[in-house]
Design a protein around this ligand. Sequence first.
Ligand SMILES: Nc1nc2c(ncn2[C@@H]2O[C@H](COP(=O)(O)OP(=O)(O)O)[C@@H](O)[C@H]2O)c(=O)[nH]1
Ligand SMILES: [Mg+2]
Length: 263
Amino acid sequence: MKVASWREIAKAMDRVNVVLEVVDSRDPWTTRSRKLEEMAKKRGKNIIVAINKSDLVPREILEQWVRIFDEEDLKAAYVSARERLGTMRLRRFIKREAPELPAKVLIAGFPKVGKSSIINVLKGRSSASTSPVPGNPGYTRHFQLYRIDRNLYILDSPGILPVEGGPLEMAIRGYPPEELKNPVEVAVSLLERALRSNPGIVKRTYGIEETDPIEILEQLAEKRGWRFKDGEPNVEEAARQVIRDYHRYKLIFYVTPKDLGLI
Ligand SMILES: Nc1nc2c(ncn2[C@@H]2O[C@H](COP(=O)(O)OP(=O)(O)O)[C@@H](O)[C@H]2O)c(=O)[nH]1
Ligand SMILES: [Mg+2]
């Protein structure tokens, strides 16, 4: 996973007039980056929030998120890059919100929010013929501006934001579970959220009836035969599995604005 530095992001930002911040519908609040938003504001760049993976969350919740972002003066639209839902609307939205045409767009966000998928759908059928714009000053191999149509150019390389925050935030922001120092603590929080959001989820995903997160991890380790050397269930491996399953959409749940006390 190649992560850009904030300096690189800033440099890329200087070449565009729109920043498309991609967040994950399952938890838009944690996957947004206030730092990115501030950088964009300071540079006078328009920001559009693409709430991606909308196929995983009910529409009414997505509508709530759009309104919440709106209250923060951020234009937002939900899309599913995977199902190609809302992507034509997103194209039109970007052009409408650009300060001038062509819209030149940097797509940025934390790892795995779907930046590359969105770039691909925005390119659409024209992708075969897209090519770097010659004479675009200062562009490098890493940040090439591609012409999608007369009014829409995008930087071909997404800005991958460095993953920062507390352990739970880092996990939700796509940090690999293998590299987390305390996966158990993170998995416990994730399971608490999952059970709150979708009480039947643990039973459906793992066939485990338990509702206490630690017990769930123990039973998962037992079921899979993961043990520490002393024979105890290896809850750390189970915890990493739970985080992986969140990343891979096997453990599906989402956070609502209400859960976070935002409405
Ligand atoms: N369910 C769902 N998965 C998506 C969507 N967009 C991307 N993904 C998946 O999310 C993962 C990361 O996508 P990718 O575009 O590589 O994210 P990036 O790291 O931000 O560039 C992949 O497994 C995609 O298939 C979406 O709209 N819905
Ligand atoms: Mg990518």
